[in-house]
Design a protein around this ligand. Structure first.
Ligand code: GUN
Length: 284
């Protein structure tokens, strides 16, 4: 059996088209959604992500700007900028691109962002709301995965779901969303004993481990929905996910490709969260 490919690019394009009317309606009322992205340092991958985030906003009529700092900037300078943006009525979303340089206290920076402008959903208040099953902002990557399940008519209730990866950005919020949807959730990591024993039971398998082709066909239950969150750069410059796509394609029921799977959905859901923040502020 060859798996059905879940086309994240097509879904992302359709959603972004549908956002345009909401942005226009907000702008007409003087609440044009605005996102500021803060980038500290010169990490090459972060620079690409930030550019794509800003351009994604501009393409659908939102306001967006990038604020960059040298890697040596002191934390107080960034915190002062965040305080200024928290008070700016034209800015609805603030995102600090991670990772930050080593001398930063990441948690302190994320907590400094006003919870109602935290479109990443990383503020403790928003993480708590998600854990309680009443999310205000859902972290963008797992939010995008949930939209893909919705699009693919994947029923999560009562299903065995295995998440490989326990990061605050993907693994943990993904697990919470799956729990909230009624799945039976196991969170593994690269050091889990008998990892394949867990993954072979999974009706839903989400790989967010950051290791190229880590999930091989023998680790996948026939017919499973396999979601590949990984974006790894191979020595030849090509992108590849955490899943051995070619092998798993023959075993899975549905599978996401890399590129063109989860990646385009992440920025799409950042746009969704920023529009949502503007709508809340406008009382819509
Ligand atoms: N770095 C990698 N992914 C993300 C993300 O979703 N948000 C932020 N702020 N930084 C990231």
């Amino acid at each position: 059996m060859t798996a059905q490919i879940i086309d994240g690019k097509a879904l992302a394009d359709a959603l972004r088209q549908s956002f345009k009317a909401r942005v226009e309606a907000l702008a007409a009322k003087g609440h044009k959604p605005g996102l500021v992205v803060i980038l500290v340092g010169e990490d090459a991958a972060s620079q690409v992500y930030v550019k794509n985030k800003v351009n994604g906003c501009l393409a659908i009529g939102m306001h967006s700007e990038k604020i960059t700092y040298e890697a040596t900037v002191d934390q107080a300078t960034v915190l002062a900028k965040i305080a200024e943006l928290n008070a700016d009525p034209n800015i609805h979303g603030i995102l600090v691109q991670l990772p930050l340089p080593k001398h930063f206290d990441e948690e302190k920076v994320l907590e400094a962002i006003a919870a109602d402008k935290d479109v990443d959903g990383f503020h403790a208040e928003n993480v708590g709301a998600l854990a309680q099953g009443n999310p205000r902002f859902i972290p963008c990557t797992p939010y995008g995965v949930m939209k893909m399940f919705e699009k693919g008519n994947v029923d999560l209730s009562g299903k065995e779901a295995v998440v490989i990866g326990r990061s605050n950005i993907v693994g943990k919020p993904m697990a919470l969303l799956l729990i909230n949807a009624g799945a039976t959730v196991t969170v593994c990591n690269s050091r889990t004993k008998d990892l394949a024993g867990h993954t072979r039971r999974a009706d839903i398998l989400v790989a967010a481990v950051g290791k190229p082709k880590f999930v091989t066909a023998d680790m996948v239950k026939p017919g499973a929905v396999v979601i590949d969150v990984g974006i790894n750069r191979l020595p030849d410059g090509k992108l590849c996910g955490d899943v051995d796509f070619t092998g798993c394609l023959e075993v899975a029921g549905q599978i996401t490709p890399v590129p063109g799977g989860v990646g385009p959905m992440t920025i799409t859901m950042l746009l969704a969260n920023t529009i949502e923040a503007a709508e809340r502020k406008a009382g819509l």
